[in-house]
Design a protein around this ligand. Structure first.
Ligand SMILES: Cc1cc2nc3c(=O)[nH]c(=O)nc-3n(C[C@H](O)[C@H](O)[C@H](O)COP(=O)(O)OP(=O)(O)OC[C@H]3O[C@@H](n4cnc5c(N)ncnc54)[C@H](O)[C@@H]3O)c2cc1C
Length: 287
């Protein structure tokens, strides 16, 4: 009996150790080091780990070899390059919320960041992680799509700049190569009033059912999350509003342009209704 109890203890202890010790992590101290490791050795980057730990917890995390980039301080900067706002990939939601530059040039990203998770997630979760994770419900993505943000990818040999709207190729699929890191997101100057709304089940710690960002300019720019396999711009709706259509006409265009799905968080019908309501709100509140 004592032996059985003993064996059971050993088994439980081993089960726990296997889940964690099965992961092999290297830590980079600089961008140069991180890129050389990725050139020589395929590894999955870890930034704040707020998405990766969820997958680990659910037992759905497939990669076992990781590159921890959290200490690569070069990727934390938020700065201006001429008129372009440059957001380092490791900028956390907290640093975006506190940044006077983001407040001045992209206030809707501050608004979106405030609505991500709770303070713990805002302290660890990064913009680069949100973009790379490629969830259609990622809260920063409509903001970045609406302002024609550019994703800066770097490998040991090259740098590529990809418009965010071309970065995603399908559900959770991107053009990023295994030897590349997102190093920054570039935001060209934004003219016009910015607007962001997220609809979830509650005010905090909720994944969005619908998320929308818009810029009210001569040609408005509007992007939705959670209505398609990737974040989407709605160019037909934008054109109809630019050409003087009424908001009811534009809402009808939108309902032909997006194809929300049913899933565990919501129904397609609810999402369509909320998306058209949010379009109206955007138009009224920025008018
Ligand atoms: C409780 C909770 C609440 C949350 N609430 C929200 C929410 O309200 N809204 C929302 O949008 N998200 C939410 N999230 C998801 C998550 O916090 C964000 O997506 C976050 O921005 C991910 O960043 P990270 O640094 O933690 O990424 P990680 O978990 O470290 O990585 C995520 C993915 O991105 C890759 N990656 C990370 N950085 C890079 C890089 N620089 N280059 C290339 N690949 C990279 C990783 O390999 C991994 O595949 C929540 C998560 C939790 C656990």
């Amino acid at each position: 009996m004592a032996r059985n109890v003993g064996r059971q203890c050993v088994r439980e202890r081993d089960a726990v150790r296997t889940a964690i010790s099965g992961l092999e992590v290297r830590r980079a101290a600089s961008l140069g080091e991180a890129l050389s490791i990725l050139r020589d050795d395929q590894r999955t980057p870890i930034a704040g780990a707020t998405d990766l730990y969820v997958a680990l917890n659910f037992g759905t995390l497939e990669p076992r070899r990781f590159l921890d980039i959290w200490a690569v301080n070069e990727l934390r900067d938020i700065s201006m390059n001429g008129k372009t706002l440059v957001l380092g990939a490791l900028a956390t939601y907290t640093s975006l919320i506190r940044s006077p530059l983001v407040e001045r040039h992209l206030p809707m990203l501050v608004e979106a960041s405030r609505q991500v998770g709770g303070p713990q997630i805002q302290n660890r979760g990064t913009l680069g992680g949100n973009v790379a994770n490629a969830s259609p419900a990622g809260d920063s993505l409509p903001v970045l799509a609406a302002v024609d943000a550019v994703v800066v990818l770097r490998s040991a040999d090259t740098e590529r700049r990809i418009p965010l709207t071309k970065f995603y190729t399908g559900y959770r699929a991107t053009v990023m190569r295994p030897n590349e890191l997102i190093v920054a997101i570039e935001i060209p100057p934004v003219e016009g009033r910015q607007w962001f709304r997220k609809v979830g089940t509650r005010a905090a710690q909720a994944i969005s059912k619908i998320v929308v960002a818009g810029v009210r300019a001569a040609v408005p720019r509007i992007a939705f999350g959670s209505v398609a396999p990737t974040v989407v711009r709605v160019p037909e709706t934008e054109r109809s509003l630019a050409s003087g259509a009424t908001i009811d006409e534009a809402a009808r265009v939108l309902s032909r342009e997006i194809v929300p799905i049913d899933d565990i968080r919501s129904t397609a019908e609810y999402r369509m209704r909320v998306a058209t309501n949010l379009l109206r709100r955007f138009w009224i509140e920025t008018g």
